[in-house]
Design a protein around this ligand. Structure first.
Ligand SMILES: [Zn+2]
Length: 511
């Protein structure tokens, strides 16, 4: 479902100073004096208000939708369970230094309680008023990452720039090979196998150094065929992690998931891909959060502990010229706005953010290609791809990311537009389709186009695979019961079938 669909409420342009109370705080709220017996009615629960400079404005969700006060959007009735909540509770702001705590290593809660400064924004509530965890974005976390310091942040480990548009290694744009980063999210299976192997990654499509073009696949567990994952990895593509359950509601990932949940979902999926797809653990380097709902410091703590090299879930505000990926040693170079993201506030040295630049499609911007307006025809899509490619190729040559779900290609005119676009790029001498990790390797060691044939991470010698790492021709078809899903599921693997359908906290499918 396109979130835009449920985002739009209709403003009733009317000042209501005298009938509805002003609740200041720059957030939408419900009428605090609405009659109790009407609280759960559709008409009352679809109304919401905003108070600006003492003036109250009334809004109403489109017909069929109710207002969700915690997510601050209109949504379908079955997704809204807070009609009885008037306004989102705002935790008081901590006093921090202004509490003038006796110990220099302490900061003040909103109520004046002094606590060690590391208790602030560590993910668990310590202040009696909860204020230590209520204001933890990049601008309010007292332990937030500092602004980029170019003299301390040096390649290959660290890369930052003030506005995010700087080319690594101080190369001139003309020397930079233009990287194209194709990604495909969710399951790999018979539904999309032909698309990948016979339509997109055909033997004739090669990079200028003679190697086959490459992409990155973020795999979620359900319906994935692990024999095909293994083959995809054998072919030199990158396998990334996209969770076991891909569960809803969307904001669970950004708001509720605990550090343990992050481990269960992401490390668990890495274990599954390794166990049933025989992909080496050390090759599972990157992740993308379902729905791009970035999970604040909790997600990145898990990444640091497990050893993920990068995340690719953050959508930056539209930027022209576009942004280069960066490491999270320092404060990120853009605001945290896309799709209710909850960006990390702390420093995570050496972890890369493969930031998602938005595409420009007429008056729209889109993060994923398939979130672009659905009314585009094939010709529009072709023009849109070309237009955005030029915004990268003719400016700072930041890697050009194109992010897909395979269903987008079901529209044949889209597939044709995309392959035509790919074939245009194939004629350019300095355009390379590479994996996310290959892009990181280039950024760690920026290599001009005229030396790129000697750049080892982009060659296609391939690693020598052990016998069990080579994908089988005929996988085992395992019909397995899932106690959690209360259904049977098929699992395809070159290995032995497990006893149970693998799931969180039982990722090896043991009995
Ligand atoms: Zn997904």
């Amino acid at each position: 479902m396109n979130p835009k669909m449920v985002n739009c409420g209709n403003l009733v342009k009317r000042s209501l100073k005298d009938t509805v109370k002003c609740l200041d705080g720059a957030k939408f709220y419900r009428n605090p004096d609405r009659p109790t017996k009407k609280i759960w009615t559709n008409s009352e629960c679809s109304k919401y208000y905003l108070c600006l400079d003492g003036e109250v404005f009334e809004f109403k969700c489109s017909v069929g939708l109710l207002f969700d006060v915690s997510r601050q959007i209109c949504d379908f009735k079955q997704n809204v369970d807070n009609c009885d909540v008037t306004a989102e509770e705002r935790v008081p702001k901590p006093l921090l230094e202004s509490a003038q705590c006796a110990e220099s290593s302490q900061l003040g809660c909103g109520d004046g309680t002094c606590l060690p400064n590391e208790y602030f924004c560590d993910g668990s509530v310590d202040c009696p008023d909860g204020s230590d965890e209520g204001w933890c974005d990049v601008d309010n976390d007292p332990n937030a990452a500092e602004a980029c310091d170019l003299s301390l942040c040096t390649l290959p480990e660290c890369f930052c720039s003030k506005d995010g548009t700087l080319i690594p290694g101080r190369l001139e744009p003309g020397q930079v090979p233009q990287m194209i980063l194709l990604t495909f999210d969710d399951a790999i299976n018979f539904e999309n196998w032909d698309l990948y192997t016979t339509k997109i990654f055909t033997p004739n499509r090669k990079n200028p150094n003679g190697c086959p073009i490459k992409a990155t696949f973020y795999i979620s567990h359900q319906y994935t065929n692990y024999a095909q994952v293994q083959k995809t990895w054998n072919d030199g593509h990158e396998i990334g992690i996209h969770s076991i359950t891909h569960r809803g509601p969307e904001e669970w990932w950004s708001k509720n998931a605990t550090i343990e949940d992050w481990f269960d979902e992401m490390v668990g999926q890495a274990n599954i891909v390794n166990k049933f797809g025989n992909v080496r653990m050390e090759d599972l380097r990157g992740m993308r959060v379902p729905f791009l709902r970035v999970g604040w410091n909790r997600q990145f703590l898990m990444m640091k502990e497990f050893g993920f090299v990068y995340d690719s879930s953050m959508v930056a505000p539209f930027s022209n010229p576009p942004l280069w990926p960066y490491t999270l040693d320092y404060k990120m170079p853009h605001t945290c706005t896309g799709n209710n993201q909850n960006c990390p506030s702390r420093s995570y040295p050496g972890i890369w953010e493969m930031v998602m630049n938005q595409l420009e499609a007429g008056e729209y911007n889109c993060g994923m290609v398939d979130s672009c307006p659905p009314h585009l025809n094939g010709e529009d899509v072709y023009r849109m791809l070309t237009h955005n490619f030029k915004r990268h190729y003719l400016t700072n040559r930041a890697p050009f990311g194109l992010y897909f779900h395979s269903t987008w290609f079901k529209k044949l005119e889209y597939l044709d537009a995309f392959t035509k676009f790919m074939d245009d790029l194939g004629k350019l001498p300095d355009v390379y389709f590479v994996t996310k990790y290959q892009a990181i390797q280039w950024m760690r060691h920026p290599t001009p186009s005229n030396q790129i044939n000697q750049f080892e991470p982009w060659n296609c010698k391939g690693k020598s695979l052990e016998a069990n790492e080579v994908a089988c021709n005929i996988p085992h078809t395992c019909k397995l019961h899932s106690r959690v899903l209360q259904q049977d599921r098929f699992l395809y693997t070159c290995n032995e079938c497990p006893a149970q359908y693998p799931w969180i906290r039982n990722e090896f499918g043991l009995d």
